[in-house]
Design a binder for this molecule. Structure first.
Ligand code: FO1
Length: 314
């Protein structure tokens, strides 16, 4: 089993690459739910949906979130009706949130609702939200405490962030299958997602970090930072806020207690060469994923690095 940790839009691209080279029944994707938001009374799970749409071939290529060729007529009408409209839900996307919300109201857990949605979209890989319990990423900013979507979408991450916390994480339990998949994985891959707000919430769920430290599987991460800057979004500034450098060394720092292999971009090859220690191998390749070939090649490179690491170890 190949297990991927992901959140955000960059992460989904690597999941799509892995989908092309790993049989679906051998792929488990563990997804951040700290970004979840209740919007117009509906439970929206943006990172889960990016993975579902990505695996189902429905993801908007232009936006990297939501459904390809969606319309926004409901949003327009909500605006006219004076409702909040800074978070754009497409008309087809709405059907996903309506279904999820109906399933949750009928008593299903988030992991069950996700599995049902995945099956309806024809997805055979396993998509697991990190927890069935509510965990909310909250940022203390110059404009007060904001939810992740308020910070990221409403404020376009232009407001200064001072601290992050994952509300509810202390009492959250990993969703069924999360710990087991870490324990039994052949390889574990951290997608090039923001280590602070996309992966941080997953690692904050009690038991997850410990399972990663103890697993026999090789743990690899693809850096979301290239040449000292995030490929997209606020990863760089949020890493600096955490006291980690906004470099590939900062990514290694975020995962230092369990990481075996760090895959960096060729732009960071010189730093990569200086970083390998007995505990960590740092490799470089092209990590920008524009085409499906880029995604597939990076996925193959990462899995190859995991296999090579196993050979080195034993
Ligand atoms: N991102 C935006 O920049 N603006 C939006 O209005 C927006 C709406 C939205 C609706 C559903 C969904 O699944 C994702 C959406 N996103 C939007 C992306 C979302 O903020 C990000 O995918 C993650 O939460 C962070 O990576």
């Amino acid at each position: 089993m190949i297990v991927v940790f992901t959140g955000g839009t960059g992460g989904t691209k690597l999941v799509q690459g892995l989908q092309h080279i790993v049989p679906p029944e051998e792929l488990t994707v563990i997804v951040n739910t700290g970004d979840d938001i209740e919007w117009w009374g509906l439970h929206v799970s943006p990172d889960v949906d990016s993975v579902l749409y990505g695996l189902a071939g429905l993801l908007s290529k232009e936006r990297g979130w939501g459904v390809e060729d969606d319309s926004f007529r409901c949003l327009e009408r909500m605006k006219q009706l004076g409702q909040a409209s800074w978070f754009s839900l497409g008309d087809l996307d709405l059907a996903t949130h309506l279904t999820r919300t109906m399933l949750l109201r009928a008593g299903k857990r988030l992991s069950e609702a996700t599995a049902e949605l995945a099956a309806k979209f024809g997805i055979r890989a396993r998509v697991l939200p990190m927890s069935d319990d509510r965990v909310s990423t909250m940022l203390d900013t110059a404009k007060g405490t904001l939810t992740f979507q308020e910070y990221f979408v409403r404020e376009r991450h232009q407001v200064e962030a001072r601290a992050v916390r994952f509300e509810g994480a202390e009492n959250a339990r990993p969703a069924p299958g999360v710990i087991e998949s870490i324990e039994t994985a052949e390889a574990i891959v951290f997608a090039p997602s923001n280590p602070v707000t996309s992966i941080g919430p997953i690692l904050a769920v009690p038991g997850v970090r410990q399972a990663l430290r103890e697993t026999k599987a090789t743990v690899a991460a693809v850096s979301p930072i290239i040449g000292g800057e995030a490929v997209s979004g606020p990863a760089g500034v949020l890493m600096t806020m955490m006291g980690w450098p906004s470099t590939i060394a900062g990514v290694a720092k975020a995962y230092e207690d369990f990481l075996d292999v760090l895959v960096a971009d060729r732009a960071d090859e010189a730093q990569a060469l200086t970083m390998s220690t007995t505990g960590l191998r740092v490799l470089s390749t092209n990590t920008i994923m524009r085409s499906i070939d880029d995604k597939r090649e990076l996925a193959a490179f990462v899995l190859g690095a995991c296999t090579a690491q196993q050979n080195v170890v034993g």
